[in-house]
Structure formats: C-alpha cells, structure tokens
Design a protein around this ligand. Structure first.
Ligand code: PAF
Length: 288
C-alpha cells in the first residue's frame, strides 16, 4: 500500500473502528463507492455527500465480479495517489481500500442478482455486470453501513438497480443520484475515456448530441418509435457499432408504448468506438 496522507482503512475492522465513533456521536455517514481513476464526476458525488452528511467515506475497489473474461479488468486505470489527493481536496473523511481477499476470500459464494431494472440494456452486452455490481455494493453497504449512498446518473441503469436492491433487501440507506458531469464538448465524464484515441475522442462527443436531440424530439411530442429510429440512424452513422439506443420509463426502465411519451422518460445508449464502449443517457420530460 502506497503512503497516503488521507485517513484510510484497508480492512473491515479498521473501517469499523474509524466509523464507530462517528456513529456514537450520531453523525450522519455518507458513502461514495468507486473503482478509482477518479474524475470530476466522482468528486461531485463526494461534494454532494458532504452537503447531505456529516462524514463521508469513499471506497476504491476495482471489482473483478463486474468484469467478464476479455474485458478490461487488468488494464482498468489505477491511480491511487492522484485519487487520494482529489478526495482530500473534496474533504472526504475516509478512504476504504479493501483487497480482493477481503471482498472475496477463498470459498466465497454469494451473489446478489436482480431482475426488474437489471434486465435488458447493459445486461444484453454485459450479462454478468449487474450481478457483480449488486454483489459488491451489498457487501460494501454492510461493511460501511452508511446512512446515505451516492451514485452517478451517468450509469443510470446501475443507479436504478441499486435503488431496487435497497428496497428489496431492506437496507436502511437513502440512495441519491448525482447529475452527470460533462467535458466541454458534452462527452460524459468516465474513467474509461482515457482509452480513446485522439480521433475517437473527437467522435465520442457526438453521443451526447444524439441523445440530447432524441430527448428533445420526445419532449416536442414526437412518437417514441420515430424519434428512436432517427437517433439510432445517427448513432449507426457516427460510431463503429451500436449496442442500443432506447427510450424507457425513467422510473423502471420498462419499454414505452409508441406515440408521444406520457410519463417522464430516459433516453439511453451504448456505442462502441474501436475497443472502447461508451454509455450515456438523458432525461426526457413529458411534452407540455
Ligand atoms: O460505478 C462504479 O464505479 C461501480 O460499478 C461501483 C458502483 C463502484 C461498484 O463497483
């Protein structure tokens, strides 16, 4: 473990010792789970947590269970020193850095698996993904036992999956989503943007425009199927391949009936540029 200036814990018992006094003092504890390689989007979640809670814990753990064989587990950016500096700057009170052995000791076998919002979209291309996310987040929730936890809307389906898990399994934790932070050209911030070549980086910003146009068409009263066709065509023209471009119910991610939307919707897309997969989403209000 590198020398970190900020308070950190690498075991469950060290974590609990740190947190115990806060709990005894009736302080409200906020939690921001991450896989590190922090960008301003993560830091905005820490600031949101600071605004709602007395103490904030951030975890950094690159969770092997949410990567399939052949995905980027080994190359996922690991930038602990820079991450710790950013968290210090955002007044994070404690970093939790569990190891693989702590999270998944020999003989580990539990998996948390959801249906509902976990079905479709991301699960089509990454069927392992939400089992891995729900499992690690459930464990982290039990280890940290926060009052509130914060997740970015950039991973909108993940946010709904966590909300569903908290409801279904009775975790006494309030979940709050933080708005997606974007680069100047509109590209949603993501730890994986560093994988993009210069040419692909320039093309990547198009995804935000396609989704903004898709949402605007729905808000103007265009029928779902027609607006989706246009967005899909633009995505197919702009990217190497398209996993999905969809409009869904904002609350459940259930498919929408065709015609103008009659409930708040979310437009979501996943596309590929070379070996990099980009996801993004935007809200669409019902036409006034
Ligand atoms: O969004 C992420 O970075 C991860 O999926 C999470 C929630 C930290 C679980 O590993």
């Amino acid at each position: 473990m590198q020398n970190l200036q900020i308070p950190h814990a690498t075991t469950i018992s060290a974590l609990r010792t740190r947190i115990r006094t806060w709990r005894e003092d009736k302080l409200r504890i906020g939690f921001v789970p991450t896989m590190g390689a922090l960008h301003d989007g993560h830091i905005s979640l820490v600031r949101l947590a600071k605004a709602h809670c007395d103490r904030v814990v951030a975890s950094i753990f690159v969770n092997p269970k949410q990567f399939a064989a052949g995905e980027d587990l080994d190359t996922y950016p690991r930038t602990l020193i820079e991450d710790a500096e950013k968290l210090t700057g955002a007044q994070c009170d404690l970093i939790y850095l569990p190891t693989n052995e702590i999270m998944y000791p020999d003989g580990y076998s539990a998996i948390v698996s959801l249906k509902g919002p976990a079905l479709g979209l991301e699960s089509e291309a990454r069927p392992h993904f939400f089992d891995g996310v729900a499992t690690v987040v459930a464990k982290l929730f039990n280890q940290v036992r926060p009052d509130m936890a914060f997740f970015g809307e950039k991973d909108y389906q993940q946010l709904l999956v966590i909300k569903q898990m908290v409801r279904d399994l009775d975790f006494p934790i309030d979940i709050l989503g933080g708005e997606t932070l974007r680069e100047k050209d509109g590209l949603a911030m993501s730890s994986r943007n560093v994988y993009l070549s210069d040419t692909d980086r320039a093309r990547a910003a198009r995804l935000n425009i396609i989704l903004a146009d898709f949402a605007a068409a729905l808000e103007a009263g265009q029928a779902v199927a027609e607006a989706r066709r246009t967005a899909l065509g633009a995505a197919e023209a702009g990217f190497d391949s398209v996993d999905y471009v969809e409009a869904r119910c904002a609350e459940t991610l259930a498919p929408l009936d065709d015609g103008p939307i009659r409930q708040p919707a979310r437009v979501l897309a996943a596309v590929r540029l070379g070996s990099t997969r980009l996801i993004d989403n935007r809200p669409a209000k019902t036409p006034s």
